[in-house]
Each structure stands twice: as structure tokens, then as C-alpha cells.
Design a binder for this molecule. Structure first.
Ligand code: URA
Length: 437
């Protein structure tokens, strides 16, 4: 077989056989196929697509390019969640302790943030001492002991995807539905959970700008999950405006803690409870969404979910004093506000712009490996549809210095539009897609 022939096949819109896909995945993982051929292949796939059989084969071959975790040695059944990435998306930090506090083990391997969407590892590492580089043994032990782990992905997990994702990132080939579906699902399958809830974001701050594209991605991922024997549900949720109020690592941890203590912004709280309820139903802990939702609410109001989060932080070396008193988390030296220049209804709070501003402040990384500043970020005080008066507080900016703060302020005010007519609030969720039986 020759890589050139497989590139030509995809260039001409033909389907690859399972054998050809396996050969390509093995060859690239072993370093026998060079980046330039893989990049040409990825561009051909981006332009011409892949059919369902090809996408499933690519997913399984990618998952099998490294270690396949077997969580059943630690717990009888584990559930996982994955978000396609958003601004202010700290749902994992609150939803997973809620689910674990309801008695369903959650073992999650997360990635770091890239571009304007933050990563769970970066957020958790703003807690001094918190370690995410667990060995597989330590991961399984903690899952068995505590029923909750939040660790970084080991190099052995779907190594083909690690290489291909880095290449796609620099060759304009990230926004391909089959490539995203295979990338996400290969890591989820390799990480071993038997049930997976996918949070597929749509809108101005998401990979998928339209509902049609988000729905197509969600359907592909649930179908792959089903074909590979994993119970999979996808929620399609709004990412036109940031989720919750906090954007930036330590700020987001603080907001997750407030939410686990029964407070937090209403939209974020609702989102976490809904995701947790779907995880509990998929993991067969509760027979219906209303029962699962009630259990999730009780886990918060009883303090059990907060205690689970605290135990997680302690188990992974983090300072529990920061959980008890989030004012001990890293704080920025410059904190300033941005106010509404006039009265009106908020028509847009552009999630992508808010996310990019947080990256410029130092909360995210433009390139893989860049350092991040855990203390900086933005608090977004209003939602689309809110009525504001002239002088109403719109944003609080947490910056490393005054210059960065001034640049952020101008950009954030440009991310907002004010309307003279009332504006409908945005929904939290658009659709729920369960795997076909
Ligand atoms: N997240 C992933 O893990 N992979 C993609 O391709 C896109 C988003």
C-alpha cells in the first residue's frame, strides 16, 4: 500500500477500506508516514468527507493505536462526559462531583485548553499542588477508592489522535465533522468508560457555528459510541455567549465551588444539573431524568457534592484550604470594570470574542505548550436578553498589568451589542440526541 494512493482516493471522493484505514493509522503512529502526506490526506477528508463506516474504523483504529483502559478492574460501571469546548465551560468541575456523590463512579481523562476554549486540566491546576499527571495504576486506585478522578491524558492513550490533532491544528483541518468525531470518540473509547455524555457546543464560541453542523457531529459521535458498545447521549448546547459568569482558570474554579455550595450563576447551575442527570440515567443509576435531576439537586443541597470535590482535590495533592476559602486561589494584581455605555437590551455577548480576550490576558494558550496565567480572566455579569442601564456593570477584568487590562476592556465592549428593542434570552440546550438502538 502507498500513502499517495490513499490521498488520491480521498481527493477523488472515494471511500477507503477498513484495511487501508488501519494501515494509514498504524503507519502514521509509528512515524513511517510523514506529516506532509498526512496533512494532504486530512485536507482531502476535510473537503470530501468520510462515510459512517470509514469514520467508525478511523475511530477504532485510533483508539487501538495505544493503551485501552479497562476500568472494570476498579469499578463495575463508569460514566464519562466530554465537551467539544466552550468559553466559561467549567461544567466538568461541578457535574462530575455531583454524579460521583450520587454513587456513580466518574473517571475522566481531560485535555488542556487550546485556542479560546479552556481546558479542565488548566483550571484544576490553578489550585496550588493539584496534580493531573497520574499513572494508570494511580488513576484506577483513586477511581476505586473515591469514585472520582480528573487526570490528564497519558501519552499512551490514542497516540495517533495526539499526533494528528497537532497536525490538524496547524494545517487548517480541525473543522471536519468526521475528523472531530473520530478524535473525540477514540479518546473516550480508549479511556474505558462504558457510558459517555457528550456536550456539543454550537454558536459564536464553538467549533460548530450552526445547529445543523452541531447536530451532524452529535449524530456521528452517538452512532460511533453505539457501534462500539458504549451508551452515548449527546446534548447540543448554546455557546453564543459564555457559560456562567467566570472565564479564566482560578475564576472558573471559584465559580464551580460556589455552584457546588448551592450558589453560582443560574445558567451554569442549570447546565451542570442537566448534564449530571443525563449521566445518571445513562449509567442506570436512575430510571428517568426527573428522578436523576432530583438526586443531583439533593447531592448539592446536602453538601455531598461539595465534599466530593474537596476529597478529589485532596486526593490529587491540591490544597483543600483553597476549596474551603476560594479567596486563597491565585488572584490578579489589576482588577477593573467595564460598564454599559448606554441603556438597552443585551443583543449579543460574543462568546468567541470574550474567549479570545481571555487568551490575550494570558488565561489560555495560542499555541500548544504556551504557559498560562491562572489568575487572569473575565467576569461576565449579564446575559443576552438582560435589560441594562447606562453605567450598569458589564464585565470585571482580572489582568496581569494595566496595559493588558485596557486592551481587554476595549475588546470586550466591542463584543457586546445593545438593542433598543427587547431581546429573547438564549436557550441553554437545543436538542438531546440518544444513540439509536
Ligand atoms: N476536540 C477534540 O478532542 N478533537 C477535535 O478534533 C476537536 C475538538
Amino acid at each position: 500500500m502507498r500513502a499517495t494512493d490513499l490521498i488520491i482516493k480521498k481527493r477523488d471522493g472515494l471511500s477507503m477500506t477498513a484495511e487501508e484505514i488501519r494501515w494509514l493509522v498504524d503507519g502514521y503512529t509509528r512515524g513511517e508516514i510523514p506529516d506532509y502526506q498526512m496533512a494532504a490526506w486530512a485536507m482531502a477528508v476535510l473537503l470530501n468527507g468520510m462515510d459512517d463506516a470509514e469514520t467508525t474504523e478511523l475511530t477504532l483504529a485510533s483508539a487501538e493505536s495505544g493503551e485501552l483502559l479497562d476500568l472494570s478492574s476498579a469499578v463495575p460501571f463508569a460514566v464519562d462526559k466530554h465537551s467539544t469546548g466552550g468559553v466559561g465551560d467549567k461544567v466538568t468541575l461541578a457535574a462530575e462531583p455531583i454524579v460521583s456523590a450520587c454513587g456513580l463512579p466518574v473517571g475522566k481523562m481531560s485535555g488542556r485548553g487550546l485556542g479560546f476554549s479552556g481546558g479542565t486540566l488548566d483550571k484544576m491546576e490553578s489550585i496550588p499542588g493539584f496534580r493531573t499527571d497520574l499513572t494508570t495504576r494511580a488513576f484506577l486506585d483513586q477511581l476505586a477508592r473515591l469514585g472520582l478522578v480528573l487526570a490528564g491524558q497519558t501519552a499512551d492513550l490514542a497516540p495517533f489522535d495526539g499526533k494528528l490533532y497537532a497536525l490538524r491544528d496547524v494545517t487548517g483541518t480541525v473543522p471536519s465533522i468526521p475528523l472531530i468525531a473520530a478524535s473525540v470518540m477514540s479518546k473516550k473509547i480508549a479511556a474505558g468508560a462504558q457510558a459517555i455524555v457528550l456536550d456539543v457546543k454550537v454558536g459564536l464560541g464553538a467549533f460548530m457555528p450552526t445547529l445543523e453542523q452541531a447536530s451532524a457531529l452529535a449524530r456521528q459521535m452517538t452512532a460511533i459510541g453505539h457501534r462500539s458498545g458504549r451508551r452515548t447521549t449527546a446534548l447540543i448546547s448554546d455557546m453564543n455567549q459564555p457559560l456562567g459568569c467566570a472565564v479564566g482558570n482560578a475564576l472558573e474554579v471559584r465559580e464551580a465551588i460556589q455552584t457546588l455550595r448551592g450558589g453560582g450563576p443560574a445558567d451554569f447551575r442549570e447546565h451542570c444539573l442537566e448534564v449530571a442527570a443525563h449521566m445518571l440515567v445513562l449509567g442506570e443509576k436512575y430510571p428517568s431524568l426527573p428522578l436523576a435531576r432530583a438526586a443531583a439537586e439533593t447531592a448539592v443541597s446536602s453538601g455531598r457534592a461539595f465534599e466530593k470535590f474537596r476529597a478529589l482535590v485532596e486526593a490529587q495533592g491540591g490544597d483543600p484550604a483553597c476549596v474551603d476559602d476560594p479567596s486563597r486561589l491565585p488572584a490578579a494584581p489589576v482588577i477593573e470594570t467595564a460598564i454599559a455605555p448606554r441603556a438597552g437590551w443585551l443583543g449579543r455577548v460574543h462568546a468567541g470574542e470574550v474567549g479570545q480576550t481571555s487568551v490575550e490576558l494570558g488565561a489560555g494558550r495560542a499555541r500548544k505548550g504556551d504557559p498560562i496565567n491562572p489568575a487572569v480572566g473575565i467576569e461576565v455579569h449579564h446575559k443576552v436578553g438582560d435589560r441594562v442601564e447606562e453605567g450598569t456593570l458589564l464585565f470585571t477584568i482580572h489582568a496581569a498589568d494595566a496595559d493588558a487590562c485596557a486592551v481587554a476592556k476595549a475588546r470586550l465592549l466591542g463584543a457586546v451589542t445593545l438593542s433598543d428593542e427587547p431581546v429573547e434570552p438564549l436557550p441553554l440546550f437545543y436538542e438531546v440526541i440518544a444513540a439509536a438502538e
